[in-house]
Design a protein around this ligand. Structure first.
Ligand SMILES: CC(C)(COP(=O)(O)OP(=O)(O)OC[C@H]1O[C@@H](n2cnc3c(N)ncnc32)[C@H](O)[C@@H]1OP(=O)(O)O)[C@@H](O)C(=O)NCCC(=O)NCCS
Length: 170
């Protein structure tokens, strides 16, 4: 899978992307909403789960590169199957290295992923599950045209986390 936007290229991740992925997942600031930095084992499991998603679903979180600096993964963004309480939804996810925040890249990549899901998966609705304290992510969801449709609590890493279920319809 390759998806291009004005400034970005989204492509399948591989084992070679572990160092770039680790730069996001082991950053305690970037991982605030996930209750802190991932361990090496958690980072490896994240990558393995994502490769499994490609095999099982045909899509997942993709590596994001700058179109004018190919080869360096600056973030991950894409579509995954997620559960919100008893429902399965298609979710857009986005996580970027801190050095690449505040340039509009997350919104640009997420908008392309949202439109890919509408187009290629015929998805009627795309969701974003956002911890209610994650203001930058709430801003991205809002810029994607999403509104809050649900409130729910997810237990993750031993913590009950209130979440907002943002969504936008095709
Ligand atoms: C969530 C996350 C990806 C948002 O990143 P972000 O940089 O705030 O969002 P964007 O890439 O859309 O950038 C928007 C900002 O770029 C600015 N910007 C600069 N140049 C721009 C351009 N050419 N086009 C659009 N926006 C631009 C916007 O004004 C906006 O500014 P602000 O940050 O002061 O509000 C980032 O905080 C992150 O990786 N967090 C950790 C992982 C995480 O929590 N993910 C979400 C889980 S639900």
């Amino acid at each position: 899978m390759t998806l291009r936007t004005a400034r970005l290229v989204l492509r399948d991740m591989s084992e070679d992307d572990l160092p770039a992925l680790r730069a996001i997942l082991t950053d305690p600031v970037a991982m605030t909403a996930y209750e802190g930095a991932f361990t090496e084992a958690e980072s490896q499991a994240w990558l393995a789960r994502n490769l499994q998603r490609y095999a099982e679903d045909g899509f997942g979180l993709w590596a994001v590169e700058l179109a004018d600096a190919p080869g360096e993964m600056i973030g991950q963004c894409g579509i995954t199957r997620q559960r919100i309480e008893d429902d399965e939804v298609l979710e857009v996810g986005y996580h970027f290295q801190r050095a690449h925040w505040h340039r509009g890249y997350a919104t640009e990549a997420a908008a392309a992923s949202r439109d890919w899901a509408f187009r290629e998966l015929d998805a009627p609705t795309v969701w974003a599950k956002v911890r209610d304290t994650n203001i930058p992510s709430i801003h991205v969801a809002t810029r994607l045209g999403m509104t809050v449709r649900r409130r729910f609590v997810t237990r993750y890493r031993g913590v009950d986390m209130p979440h907002l279920g943002f969504a936008v319809d095709r």
